[in-house]
Design a protein around this ligand. Structure first.
Ligand code: MSP
Length: 691
């Protein structure tokens, strides 16, 4: 991506303008959040950014939606445009301009472009005969359409709606004249069409031969009129694309235009990429003698279970703000944090270069794993231990952990490259490489043991390394989760209001100020207890395990941390240990398969009064929380367990001890009577089966 640093021009990014025939959903929000991510990132890098979004209001389908709603079209579009603006505001979209195609500033530029191209001969009048799809707002030739009986259907496989026959006098744009110039431009500018594979689609589309395109026809009730031929109204795509130019002030404010144009990135979904943004629009700009945008980027879709695009026509995608409110409700997070979480989830879940199946469960599961568990716990554990071992004041250390420092440096470079290549999800994946590594680092360094052994310098290095990694993570997540980033900074004692982030200074390892005091920890992303609470979408929800399903047999022979103590005995025993002689030499695979071993996340841990061996843990397994009593108090402090993964015998019959029902037991290695918990080598989804 070329930024204004090259030529001191403003870095100008656009979303498509959204049809106001329905409310925004997480499909429309996807392009918008991705653009916001880039806009915020470039601002943090000190660049002057201009971020444009808006609404496409002159379409036939918008008029039809207004008729259906029984509302006058202008009133109808005013209402929906306000909904989009409000949604983006609640969703933290930092746009600089919002353009509506019913605004006079847009209409005037469309008319001006039309006029200029008529004068230059690029637009001419002729008879049009063919088919028109209202849903796609697209014209088709006889040879393109699908015939079913008497009916002609739209050739777009996503649409297939009946077409309308048209025969009338139209204005045409001489698109056919621009094929070779477009191909030459694409060849000379290998980064013009992104991601790269889309370039092939565009090239083969152009090589099939471009036809002149109908760009105005006898006007209906709605649409922009041709200036000196007012019975004709402009084709909605010709009108809509001009918004990118109209918002720059062209042709009246040429100074502002020079600052903004050419746009650095036009971003959009793949269905409006090839024909419109990568072919028609560049050809229109060539006809006007204007520079082409530096980059045109097309992403994949949210699809349903059958791979069909969700949302645009079929409905089925939630409204972004309503979804964020729901996340707040089920997690207990504030709406601001839940909104950020949803922004993160949309970007992290989507495979930007392909399509991604949308499901409520996958969003809530990732919320729990990436946000509540990985990032939230990293912060919580580190700050808790800093409070406990250093009274909340970051210690001065003589050295840093070089290994972690070099991981952080690689992560920043990977993140920057991913954004450069529009792999938004990979940028976040890179951040979680660091977050995951830090959670393992805590377990490896075991700061609670360092504290116990009085290794103050080593402990200081561990905790200041953790805080520095959290600071780097807070910088990196800032463009996608601005509220959560601010809260993360606050947790480590940094106020970004007084010291705003500067990417070139702050996205570097080693800046954490020693001596800073951190406040008491506050859980940033509270866990969602039931990740399948959306009843309409919960068919795939993990079924709660029935701990009574199978009788305890082989499980009794596994060394585990369940105390083999009944309520009545009132004494603590660390592990169930089958003595070597009791273990049969062989068991059948069927016997083994009766034991349901699952990975779970420890989400809470506490001591049990009057027991110096038992800890009471809350372990989340596939969305279900279980209480497990484990005889590990001698080896582990409760706070060091929160956030770690454990292996649970999930189908063990529940048993009561010290008045508490234990619903499973944990696997542990037994060394000299001490239980060392087993856990997967890398983090895996909660509920994963262990075999
Ligand atoms: N009005 C035109 C764009 C004109 S731009 C000059 C339009 N509008 S739209 O509202 O139908 O779509 C706008 C954007 O939302 C597109 O980038 C589209 O890909 C995106 N999405 C709509 N549904 C989507 C999904 N299900 N998944 C991902 N993005 C989707 O086309």
């Amino acid at each position: 991506m070329t930024g204004p640093s090259d030529n001191q021009k403003t870095w100008y990014i656009t979303t498509p303008i959204y049809y106001v025939n329905g409310r925004p959903h997480i499909g429309s929000a996807l392009t918008t959040v991705a653009c916001d991510f880039l806009a915020r990132y470039h601002r943090l890098k000190g660049e002057k950014v201009w971020f444009l979004t808006g609404t496409d209001e002159q379409a036939t389908k918008v008029l039809e939606a207004a008729h259906k709603a029984g509302v006058a079209p202008q009133e109808f579009v005013d209402g929906l445009a306000a909904d989009f603006k409000q949604t983006w505001k609640c969703f933290g979209i930092s746009y600089d301009d919002f353009i509506r195609t019913t605004e006079p500033r847009h209409i005037a530029v469309v008319q001006e472009v039309f006029d200029r191209l008529k004068k230059s001969g690029d637009i001419y009048k002729d008879i049009y005969e063919g088919w028109y799809c209202v849903a796609d707002e697209t014209y088709f030739r006889d040879s393109d359409v699908i015939t079913v009986g008497e009916e002609k259907l739209c050739p777009n496989p996503e649409c297939r709606l009946p077409l309308r026959r048209m025969q009338e006098e139209n204005y045409f744009f001489r698109l056919s004249a621009y094929g070779d110039r477009l191909l030459a431009h694409i060849e000379a500018n290998p980064k013009f069409l992104e991601p790269h594979f889309r370039q092939n689609e565009v090239v083969s589309f152009i090589k099939q031969g471009l036809r002149d395109m109908s760009v105005a026809r006898p006007g209906a009730e709605w649409g922009i009129r041709v200036k000196d031929d007012p019975k004709m109204s402009v084709y909605v795509w010709f009108d809509a694309l001009i918004n990118y130019l109209a918002a720059t002030g062209w042709p009246n404010d040429m100074e502002r235009f020079a600052e903004l144009w050419p746009a650095n990135v036009h971003a959009m979904g793949k269905e409006i990429y090839v024909r419109f943004h990568a072919t028609l629009w560049p050809a229109m700009l060539m006809a006007l003698g204007l520079e082409l945008p530096k980059q045109v980027y097309g992403h994949g879709w949210w699809v349903d279970g059958e791979g069909k695009k969700s949302g645009k026509r079929t409905g089925g995608l939630p409204h972004p703000v309503e979804f964020a409110e729901k996340l707040a409700e089920v997690s207990g997070a504030s709406v601001e944090i839940a909104t950020d979480a949803l922004r993160f989830l949309m970007i992290r879940e989507m495979n930007f270069h392909g399509d991604t199946e949308y499901s409520y469960e996958s969003f809530t599961k990732r919320y729990n794993s990436d946000l509540a568990n990985d990032l939230g716990n990293l912060c919580n554990r580190s700050v808790t231990m800093l409070s406990k071992f250093f009274d909340g004041v970051v210690p001065v250390t003589s050295e840093v952990d070089r290994d972690i420092a070099s991981i952080a440096t690689t992560v920043v470079a990977d993140y920057e490259l991913a954004l450069e290549e529009f792999r938004f999800h990979s940028a976040l994946e890179a951040v979680w490489q660091l977050v995951g590594r830090m959670n393992r680092y805590i377990e490896e360094r075991a700061p609670w043991k360092q504290a116990k052994a009085g290794e103050t310098e080593a402990l200081a290095i561990t905790l200041s390394t953790c805080l520095e990694a959290i600071r780097i993570a807070a910088v990196l997540v800032q463009p996608i989760m601005p509220n959560a980033s601010k809260a993360l900074f606050a947790q480590i004692g940094i106020d970004i209001e007084t010291s705003p982030t500067d990417w070139s200074r702050d996205a570097k390892w080693g800046l954490f100020p020693a001596g800073i005091a951190v406040p008491a920890p506050v859980p940033l992303f509270p866990r969602i207890q039931d990740t399948a609470t959306d009843s309409s979408k919960s068919q795939n929800a993990p079924k709660p395990k029935n701990p009574n399903q199978e009788k305890r047999k082989l499980s009794e022979q596994i060394t585990a941390t369940e105390p083999a103590v009944e309520e009545s005995t009132k004494s603590d025993v660390t592990t169930v240990e089958a003595s070597e002689s009791e273990v049969p030499k062989f068991i059948s695979i069927d016997d083994f398969l009766k034991v349901e071993l699952r990975v779970g996340n420890v989400i809470a841990a506490e001591t049990i009064p009057k027991s110096d061996k038992l800890l009471k843990l809350t372990v989340e397994v596939a969305g279900e929380n279980r209480t497990v009593l484990a005889g590990i108090a001698e080896m582990y402090q409760p706070e060091e367990l929160v956030g770690r993964q454990v292996v649970v015998v999930a189908n063990l019959a529940p048993r009561k001890m010290r008045g508490i029902e234990s619903q499973g037991m944990l696997l542990a290695a037994d060394t000299e009577g001490q239980a060392i918990l087993l856990q997967p080598e890398t983090r895996v989804p909660s509920g994963s089966r262990v075999r």
